[in-house]
Design a protein. Structure first.
Length: 345
C-alpha cells in the first residue's frame, strides 16, 4: 500500500492499478514440482544409480566425471537443479572422502551440470517454470528451442573434464541404497501429471492433487520437505515484481529481445540470482527465448547466480575461490557461444 501511495501522480490522481504482486499460479506449479522432486529423491532411484557409475568408471576420476555430469544434467531436467544438488552432492562428498576424488572440482562442475541440464526443460528450474507459464509454451516447444543452446553448454563442460588431470580412485564399492518402488511410482505419476496440468494452465489443481496424494500415500515426503523454500520464492515474487513495476512507472526500458536481452538478463542474474532476474524482466514481456537463455546461462557464473550453486557449496564446504575458478570461465565461454547461436538463428 505504501508503494502504491508513493506512486501517486503530482496532480493527485492515482496511477493505474498495480499488477498482482505474487504470481500465485507460478508459485503453485513450482511448489508442486519441488515436492514431487523431493519424492523422487526419497525414493532412492538416484542413490541406486551412483554406485553403478562408480563401478563403470574403473577407478578413473576423469571417466567418473564423464559419466556423472551428464547424469546430473539429465536428472536436473526432470527433478529440478536444486533437488539434483541435494541428491548428488552428499554422494560426491562421501566419494571424495573415501577415494581422494577432487571434491572442489567435482562439486563445482556438478553444480554447472545441474544448471545446464535444468535449462533444457520448462520444469528444470523455477525460472523456466515462470517463463513456461507466462508465455503459454508447449513442453516440446520449449525443449526444441533450448536444445541448440544446452548441447554446446554440455559439450563445453565435458571439454573442461577432458582437459583436466585424471585421478585414480581407490573405492571398490559404495553401500547399497534401498529403492522405494511405491514412492517412485507415485512421484513419477505426479511429475507427468504436473507437466500436463502446467501446460493446460491448471496450476492450482496441480498443487492440490500433489498435496492430497502425498498426504494419503507418502506422508513423509511432506514432512521432510523444506517449506521455507516456498516462502523464499513468494518473497522473491513480491520484492522483484515491485521493482519491475517501479522501472515501468519511471519510464525506464529494459531490453526486450536479441543479444542485448541475453546479456542483460545473464548480467542481472550475477547480482540478484536468475529467478529474481526473470521476474524483473518478464514484466516488460520480452522475447522468451533470449530471456530463458540469459537467465539460465547466468546461473553458471557467480555463485549467487543460482540457488543450486549455493546448495552445492553449502553442503560440500567448497570455497568461493575454488568454485569461481571453474564457474566464471565456463560462464564467459557459454555466454559467447549463446550469443553467436542467437545471432545465427
Amino acid at each position: 500500500m505504501a508503494l502504491y501511495l508513493v506512486l501517486t501522480t503530482i496532480d493527485g490522481s492515482l496511477p493505474e492499478k498495480t499488477p498482482e504482486l505474487v504470481d500465485w499460479g507460478s508459485l503453485s506449479l513450482i511448489t508442486s514440482l519441488i515436492i514431487t522432486s523431493k519424492g523422487l529423491e526419497l525414493s532412492g532411484i538416484f542413490g541406486r544409480l551412483a554406485p553403478r557409475l562408480v563401478d563403470r568408471a574403473n577407478q578413473s576420476g576423469k571417466r567418473l566425471l564423464l559419466l556423472l555430469l551428464p547424469t546430473i544434467a539429465f536428472s536436473s531436467a526432470v527433478i529440478m537443479n536444486d533437488t539434483a544438488m541435494l541428491v548428488f552432492i552428499p554422494l560426491i562428498v562421501a566419494l571424495s572422502e573415501l577415494s581422494g576424488l577432487d571434491k572442489e572440482k567435482t562439486v563445482t562442475l556438478s553444480a554447472i551440470a545441474a544448471n545446464v541440464g535444468s535449462a533444457l526443460t520448462p520444469i528444470g528450474n523455477p525460472q523456466n517454470i515462470i517463463i513456461w507459464r507466462e508465455y503459454g509454451l508447449g513442453f516440446s516447444t520449449f525443449v526444441v528451442h533450448m536444445l541448440p543452446f544446452v548441447l554446446p553448454w554440455l559439450g563445453l563442460l565435458l571439454v573442461f573434464v577432458l582437459f583436466s588431470p585424471d585421478e585414480s580412485l581407490s573405492v571398490e564399492s559404495l553401500p547399497p541404497v534401498a529403492l522405494r518402488v511405491n514412492l517412485l511410482i507415485v512421484s513419477a505419476f505426479l511429475l507427468g501429471l504436473n507437466v500436463y496440468l502446467g501446460e493446460t494452465g491448471r496450476h492450482v489443481l496441480a498443487i492440490v492433487i500433489t498435496l492430497v496424494l502425498f498426504l494419503l500415500l507418502e506422508r513423509d515426503v511432506l514432512l521432510s520437505f523444506d517449506w521455507a523454500l516456498v516462502l523464499t520464492f513468494a518473497f522473491i515474487f513480491i520484492d522483484f515484481n515491485e521493482f519491475s513495476y517501479l522501472i515501468s512507472k519511471a519510464g525506464l526500458s529494459l531490453p526486450t529481445g536479441g543479444v542485448k536481452l541475453l546479456l542483460a538478463s545473464a548480467g542481472l542474474s550475477q547480482l540478484i540470482s536468475n529467478v529474481p532476474a526473470t521476474v524483473v524482466f518478464i514484466g516488460s514481456r520480452p522475447s522468451w527465448l533470449p530471456l530463458a537463455v540469459g537467465v539460465n546461462a547466468g546461473g553458471t557464473g557467480i555463485i549467487v547466480g543460482s540457488l543450486a550453486n549455493l546448495i552445492a557449496v553449502r553442503i560440500a564446504g567448497v570455497s568461493l575461490r575454488d568454485f569461481h575458478r571453474y564457474s566464471i570461465p565456463f560462464f564467459v565461454l557459454s555466454l559467447i557461444s549463446s550469443a553467436v547461436i542467437l545471432l545465427t538463428t
